[in-house]
Design a protein around this ligand. Sequence first.
Ligand code: CP
Ligand code: NVA
Length: 313
Amino acid sequence: MKHFLKETDFARSDLPALFALARELKRTRGAANAPKPLAGQTWAMIFSKSSTRTRVSFEVGIHELGGNPLFLNRNDIQLGRGETIADTAKVLSRFVHGLVVRTFDHSEVQQLAEIGSIPVINALTDLLHPCQIFADLFTLAERWGGDGDLVSSLRGRKIAFVGDRGCNVANSWILGANLFGMKISLAGPPGFDAAPEFNDLLAREGFAGGYEFTTDPYAAVKDADVVYTDVWVSMGKEEETAERIKVMSPFAVTPQLFSAAKPDAFFMHCLPAHVGQEVTQEIVDHPRSIIFDEAENRLHMQKAILATLAAAR
Ligand code: CP
Ligand code: NVA
């Protein structure tokens, strides 16, 4: 059983085919003969947090692949009243063909994968957001690789992640950069490090030390091909809002900071954005801002992931 809980659930050798499939699914979207690898299948989507892009792109993507998406708000099912993850995994495995899960604690997606008998896709946990980073990497590869080799076009490029450098998106970028042979430099205030669980994961993957960290955002963006940021207050961290805004404000992506990256650098943000906090309106609207391409590519990349996992069942 193949799952997608973290970037490294795909081996390096799997990546060219996965990215080529995303490009093909994007090209043939809506065609009468578009493939339907999920025909006859239902995929349940258990969400414990809000979502616009992830929910809509998965619901549309499962439908376009011929399957039936079944959206389950955690609080509407017995999981929200204390039924165990283990029993939920066993029961849903009797009904549906795969799970897409957005939750807080990463161990929940791991348990669902271990105990259930159907593929599980991580649609964001407090630790990682791998669907986002694969869509982001595909977005960059389209720009740099065009009709040629997508995956190799990423190799050696530098990404600068500025802001909440310990969040799920930053962690996933570290894994993604190491998997794809990119350099990554992160800038943020001290004291907002990744959870120890993430450092253990990096060590297990052989990626310990596979990133630079600085408290100087200008040092991070120097020679960068991509400047990336995310909200300063991730879902579940709302109690820390005032403190986070105070200490992270020197890390806002402004025209001045963005101009310190390479002249042809792209700006990226997973969205939703808090304009006036981590990014200014000028940068959101900048000609080299590709934030809505990354949002669109969630659909195409996730369809490729769904099709790949369904084929491996
Ligand atoms: N980027 C992202 O995952 O957005 P949503 O929270 O809207 O799904
Ligand atoms: N780091 C953000 C990402 C939202 C897509 C959060 O977890 O809220």
